[in-house]
Design a protein around this ligand. Sequence first.
Ligand code: SF4
Ligand code: SF4
Length: 307
Amino acid sequence: MTDRKSLPVVADEPADPSRRAFMRTAAAGAAVAALSSCGVEMEDFLRGHFKELSPDELRGVLAKVEKKNLERFGKKTTVAATGPRPGVEFGYGLDLSRCVGCRRCVYACVEENNQSRQSPQIHWIRVLEMEKERGVDLAHANHYYEADAVPRPGKFYMPVQCQQCRNPPCVKACPTQATWKEPDGIVVIDYDWCIGCRCCMSACPYGARHFNWATPNLPAGELNPNQHYLGNRPRPKGVVEKCTFCIQRTRAGRYPACVEVCPVGARKFGNLLDPESEIRRVMETKRVFVFKEELATHPQFYYFYAT
Ligand code: SF4
Ligand code: SF4
């Protein structure tokens, strides 16, 4: 069990105003080599950090992404950069006694967040199948179960996605500050700043980050045009991506796609700072636990058994 009242919040390091500082380091050669093999343009790579952009610069960056979307998909899109709201800190609850392992959440997430459909196939959510008799036992978890009907006898299911840690090892591992934690708890990635070194992937103990080994395969007809710069905008080849609690939805007051689609109501989401929210009710009335608590990552993602 986690003492929720005393959870530490790790302050963001101030962003280096330029990656030129990073480029001056011994890793510069490797960074340029990595950049040349991915889809990020040098002009985007050298611009100021997202957190340092003026409103005018930000508008220019968003307009450029919309233009690129139009060229690549022939479809008009809206790319927002809606910021965190004061007094909001998102939390997620997953009821393991309800999840039936249907993977509807996996595919709703793929569609909502413009994930590559194949070669590479990218899923931000993985559902693990485990034996009821063993309890949560990762060594014997089946990631690739195939079943005509779920739940299968004697099994239970544990969906895993980015845990939006309060003490995120991925953020510390990134050499370019391309990933950071926002005040509402969402760990974001600026794909234009990512150099594809995959240090964050090695650091994440949840396997929540995914790398685009090839240009993402996203049919134009399936593109979700409602996008967020730090979330579901189409990614280039050679960058890392992961769950953002559907930043394009949740910062607009909507539920994440996976919460909406779950047919058994296993997924709960809301503002941890609002005493009336569903997630607070879960936290206060259920025995919640966090995944790999011993690592002190302090997730904002909580598992529980309602029954
Ligand atoms: S949609 Fe709900 S029941 Fe199905 S796997 Fe996801 S969390 Fe479990
Ligand atoms: S919150 Fe959104 S991004 Fe995260 S797993 Fe659910 S659908 Fe995917």
